[in-house]
Design a protein around this ligand. Sequence first.
Ligand SMILES: [Mn+2]
Length: 368
Amino acid sequence: MKTICCVSDCHLGYMHRQKKERLEDYEKAFTEAVEKALKYEPCLIIFGGDLTEHTRPDPRSLKILIKTLMSAAEKAKVVVCVGNHEIEGNIRTAYTPMFSELHGNIHVLTADNPHVYLDVGDVKVGVHGFQFLRGKEAAEEALKKVSSEVRKASSEKEKNILCIHQAVEKYLNPFEVSIKALNEASGKYDLILVGHVHKHQRIGEISVPAYYIGSTERVSFNEAENPAGFLVFRDGVFDKPEYVEVTSSSMRRISRDLGTKTADEINQEIKKTIEENKDVKCLQITVEAEIAGDQFEIIHDWETRYPGYKVLSVNVVPRINNKAISIEKAEIDERLFDEYFGKKDLAARKDLKDLCLKFYEQYGRINP
Ligand SMILES: [Mn+2]
């Protein structure tokens, strides 16, 4: 048996942090993963779901997806699992099952059509699975039913692979598939592939080789430390896959406690951190500090100041000491509005101040 490649969670069409610049990252990572996968001359490419971010993908993402799947299908058998991002209410609202119509080599796994048997060289490979199912009961029942229909491989010339897109116990909470349920099903399979959790990892609790395939590009700063890539199984060996990285936008998250600092000192610290990390494309800085003096001076428009980043997210979390909690009672009057507008550099905006004052008079007073 030749090589099998697995690609998952590409999230085409995702606009991370509303940044248009991020759209191309998901596109590039997806096309690069498939192009690189094809260089391994695989007999089979398995897609683990969530290929698109939205249930109704934008035309550009859909075009790229169709084009890429069609070109892959010219060179290999293609099996596609349907992820939660591709389904709105139920499987009828998903576009993904239609991809079966595109090419004789493309098979989409759904609960209505959960088995495909492929002649791969001299080996018959059964790929089994179903679309993402919400809820533990539905997912475990489908797993049980689908697995009961699988005939366990009786020789080296037969292999069975399960491919699902679900949260497995211990890997994500809430989960739909328990370790127990997956282990009970695992006897029928030689390999279990799962999409949904974006970090590539082996699901070590299962008695056969089982893996989260992993995503091709990160969708959140929580994934900053994850590699981005796809999986390659060579020569029918399932317990030692190769993880091939693809180009992704480098990401880093930095978290610091600055103790007690003035707004100016906090700004300087943030500026230094931003300038020290220009080697990454996506940077998140979280700074916790007890702010001495005025908070108004804290800078918020770092993204406009440093346009070289694709995403630059700076959060200042003020830590409140007990002293600060004893709130000074202040009378809200025009003088206070003047002070606020002065500190915000908006003294010239008398119109805005008057409007705020008017709204306060109209809606804000507790005792009119
Ligand atoms: Mn998912």
